[in-house]
Design a protein around this ligand. Structure first.
Ligand code: ADP
Ligand code: MG
Length: 151
């Protein structure tokens, strides 16, 4: 498995973490091709790391005007103000059956997927995806690493 580092940044505010989300969205928007699969972004980081904040940045580019909030109870939020963006929270997904029952594969064919708690669905990630890891450095600082993972 090849891993290419896209960028590495320490952010000092939620706005800066949002900006990192914009950056990833810019990169993947350039790769959208109607004859290929949509890009998938797998997010890693503890509760409160800033995953939802990061998605807000992605949505500001791909689906301007979207109201981004955590899909903890709904599992998926859909933003369709431009490029369709499916925002997942896999915290409560415990098995491949759970994933199947929400129709996960169908979403991947219809738009960009960004996935909180990707740790819970390692088997369901495509052969190529973007991996974003957010680590808490202090109350206000985060380390954001964006990578492209593939074969
Ligand atoms: P997660 O989705 O990873 O559980 P959220 O994005 O919901 O986390 O929340 C992150 C919290 O951390 C927010 O309350 C946000 O204001 C706060 N925060 C403080 N500093 C930062 C930063 N540099 N980047 C992102 N969030 C930050
Ligand atoms: Mg969240």
């Amino acid at each position: 498995m090849k891993t290419e580092l896209l960028f590495d940044v320490t952010t000092a505010s939620p706005d800066e973490t949002e900006a990192a989300g914009v950056r990833v969205a810019e990169i993947l928007r350039g790769l959208i091709d109607p004859s290929a699969d949509y890009p998938v972004v797998a997010l890693y980081g503890d509760l409160g790391a800033g995953k939802t904040v990061f998605v807000r940045g992605m949505a500001s580019l791909l689906s301007p005007g979207a109201h981004v909030k955590s899909p903890t109870y709904t599992i998926v939020n859909e933003y369709d103000g431009g490029v369709p963006l499916y925002h997942f929270d896999m915290y409560r997904i415990e098995s491949e059956d759970d994933l199947y029952s929400i129709g996960f594969d169908d979403y991947l064919e219809r738009g960009v997927a960004v996935i909180e708690w990707s740790e819970n669905i390692p088997y369901a990630l495509p052969r190529e995806y973007f991996r974003v890891t957010i680590d808490k450095i202090s109350d206000t600082e985060r380390h954001v690493r964006a990578e492209r993972v593939g074969e």
